[in-house]
Ligand binder design. Structure first.
Ligand code: TA6
Length: 304
């Protein structure tokens, strides 16, 4: 896809002081949304929320300083869209990890704003290339709404003549002051599969602290999660709709060193709490059927 030039995007979809488009260093178009409640940036490449800063707060999303913004490569941070499969492809390891939605250009469908909100809607439809990766006809839309919180909605529609199965995640990277001072609440009582140890069905008995690599897929949970960041004296609240899976990930020391698009010490300043449908919560959609995955992110000063 060839994007319209930045001037055309601003003429057609911009709004002075509210919605503006710019090009990244490598020419990828980025939309900046601003309003009284905060600001966010969204890359048309990958349908990728890059940043979110609520009014009166430090940025909420983490972006690696080593992230590449190159066509065909995932962006390391923000909210990657993992679709139509979560994790490595179940059969063919040569296919892109976490699907292809985050490494292809999305079409700009619309922008809107009111006195207190601004939103952008992006779209991705099947192409010859996507059908090579995944032989189905679909339409995917992403709605990013800057309101009192940041709401991100991913809607899948089956445009084919047969059912298909999708696993998906809004793979949110959150910025924290120091991972050692972070507690994730809300998953107590949920069962998880631990990708580090390979064990399944482990119960989460207490709030989660991070003292080593954590890569946990919690299934059959619709719970709100709170990332309690004692270092910044703030809580990030992640609520969700249309999601039965939550994934928590921190690469810790050794994996961080193996990731070329991630600083060796950046594991100390981030945690992923992902709104997903994966493993036993994968979705099967009939022809003509749609499903929407929603994550809503807000920040609060730490409750006393
Ligand atoms: O968030 C869970 C996870 O599946 C981890 O296993 C880790 O691979 C992470 O996603 C990042 O994946 P990526 O393909 O973006 O490097």
């Amino acid at each position: 896809m060839h994007y319209p030039d930045i001037a055309t995007l601003n003429t057609r979809y911009g709004a002075r002081g509210r919605i503006a488009f710019r090009a990244s260093e490598k020419g990828l178009p980025i939309a900046a949304l601003a309003g009284v409640t905060g600001s966010c940036e969204v890359s048309l490449y990958g349908g990728h929320v890059l940043s979110y800063r609520p009014a009166g707060h430090l940025p909420v999303l983490f972006m690696s300083k080593s992230s590449r913004f190159e066509p065909g490569k995932p962006i390391r941070g923000g909210i990657p869209v993992c679709w139509p499969w979560f994790g490595p492809h179940p059969v063919d390891p040569s296919l892109p990890a976490h699907g292809f939605a985050r490494i292809v250009p999305w079409r700009l469908a619309a922008t809107e704003y009111t006195s207190r909100s601004a939103e952008i809607r992006l779209a991705l439809d099947d192409t010859d290339q996507t059908r090579v990766w995944w032989p189905h006809r679909f339409s995917l839309t992403l709605r990013v709404a800057l309101e009192n919180a940041l709401k991100v909605e991913l809607t899948t529609r089956n445009n084919d003549t047969h059912p298909f199965t999708v696993s998906e995640a809004l793979h949110s990277y959150f910025g924290v002051r120091q991972i050692m001072d972070v507690t994730v609440r809300g998953l107590e009582g949920a069962a998880f599969t631990d990708a580090v140890t390979g064990t399944a069905g482990c119960p989460q008995e207490t709030p989660l602290v991070i003292r080593q690599e954590v890569d946990r897929v919690y299934t059959d949970t619709e719970a709100e999660c709170v990332i309690d960041d004692a270092g910044l004296e703030r809580q990030i609240v992640v609520t969700k709709r249309g999601s039965r899976t939550t994934v928590v990930w921190n690469p810790w020391i050794d994996k961080a060193k193996r990731m070329p698009d991630f600083g060796d010490d950046e594991y100390t300043r981030m945690i992923c709490v992902e709104t997903a449908n994966a493993r036993g919560n994968a979705l099967s959609l009939e022809p003509g059927e749609s499903h929407t995955l929603v994550t809503t992110i807000s920040a609060d000063a730490k409750a006393e």
